[in-house]
Design a protein around this ligand. Structure first.
Ligand SMILES: C[S@@+](CC[C@H](N)C(=O)[O-])C[C@H]1O[C@@H](n2cnc3c(N)ncnc32)[C@H](O)[C@@H]1O
Length: 360
């Protein structure tokens, strides 16, 4: 769950399996593949297994451990009767904590672009006992928040939270192509029903355009040689899988002797850059940030959790500009990082940066 609290908070664990579903068969003594990890997919029934996975610093398959929950609740200080938006609902970990604090009388709008995870998350939140009128779930891009609020007849809300990037459910599902560590189709879309997969983007881009994306979206220092290697590979055969892209990146001519860790970092950054391009993440973030002050009531609070410099830079600049223009009364002076304990227990939190602002 907020698998920060993990199975200690079992309400958010998972949807119950259909009674007629047979569990997937696997080879050997332990399930290895994402779909085979049936105990991790059902932490309510197998709480001890999910806890063991978390204690080893991993995230149980099909779930997500929410980051900086305590810090976010302190900043946003949700109160009964207030109206909040979780612009990136994900697994619903932050949302559950927020909505509980808004009761009685308050309401949370939970937004996400992911049509595969959103219904599961809504079912978990409902199963956790959140009343129908206190939670509105919408599959929509947070760039369209002003439109959503207008359609709800709201001038502004008390709280807006955004926890950017992708969830562990998305990363760990090989069918979605987010992880270079897992063989799967090269898709990388948060909404696989919209737009084109990363394989199509790669097929369409010229070498210079590809290098530019790697530089702009991920500060990749070897952007030129990686783009050249991808284009050479692509000339022989289309790059359709995560494995094929990973091999093409590894085949690039990196200057000097590069360690495996350094080359892995280039692979990770290349996937990140393509993911940002495929989902137009910077475009959506910039639109969201531009409209954010208008979506908050006077005194409203916002917190944004980012995972790389391209996101953090945009949030910081937008908050600083908002403070100068008088839209924000106060903004975070320093970025807030997860505690050492959280970074140790959840390595996916290590790159997280949290910033906040208060509407004038
Ligand atoms: C890091 S996860 C959020 C996890 C969540 N805070 C929790 O506690 O479970 C980010 C989520 O935001 C969604 N997302 C990313 N960009 C989005 C956008 N522009 N609009 C709406 N949802 C978005 C992703 O699909 C993903 O589910």
């Amino acid at each position: 769950m907020v698998l920060k609290n993990g199975p200690k908070n079992p309400e958010l664990s998972t949807t119950p399996p259909s009674p007629h579903q047979r569990r997937v068969r696997y080879r050997g003594t332990h399930p290895r593949r994402f779909a085979e990890k049936y105990k991790e997919h059902d932490p309510e029934r197998y709480a001890a297994e999910a806890r063991k996975v978390m204690e080893s610093g991993k995230t149980p398959a099909g779930s997500h451990r929410s980051i900086c929950v305590r810090e976010i609740l302190e900043i946003l200080a949700p109160r009964p009767g207030e109206i909040a938006v979780d612009a990136t609902l994900g697994y619903g970990g932050h949302a559950l904590e927020l909505v509980r604090a808004l009761l009685p009388g308050g309401r949370l709008y939970g937004l996400d672009v992911d049509p595969l995870e959103l219904p599961k998350t809504e079912a978990r939140l409902r199963a956790a006992g959140i009343p129908a009128e206190a939670l509105m779930v919408r599959r929509t891009n947070f760039a369209g928040l002003p439109r959503l609020l207008a359609s709800e007849g709201r001038q502004g809300v008390d709280i807006v939270l955004a926890d950017l990037g992708v969830s562990s459910m998305q990363i760990d599902d090989p069918e979605r192509g987010f992880s270079y560590k897992l063989e799967g189709p090269l898709d990388l879309r948060m909404n696989p029903q919209r737009g084109r997969p990363a394989s199509a983007l790669l097929a369409a881009l010229g070498e210079a355009g590809l290098a530019e994306i790697l530089r702009e979206n991920a500060d990749e220092p070897h952007a030129g040689s990686i783009a050249a290697s991808i284009c050479q590979t692509r000339a022989r055969q289309p790059i359709a899988t995560t494995g094929a892209l990973t091999r093409a990146i590894r085949a690039a001519s990196f200057p000097g002797r590069r360690s495996k860790e350094e080359i892995d970092a280039s692979v990770r950054r290349t996937f990140q850059a393509l993911r940002i391009a495929v989902n137009d993440e910077f475009g959506a973030l910039e639109t969201f940030l531009r409209h954010l002050p208008d979506c908050l009531k006077p005194g409203g609070r916002t917190a944004i959790l980012t995972f790389h410099s391209g996101e953090d830079r945009r949030v910081k600049k937008s908050f600083q500009a908002g403070e100068r223009s008088g839209a924000y009364a106060r903004i975070a002076g320093e970025v807030i990082r997860p505690s050492a304990e959280e970074m140790r227990s959840n390595p996916r939190s290590t790159s997280a940066k949290l910033r906040w602002a208060t509407r004038a």
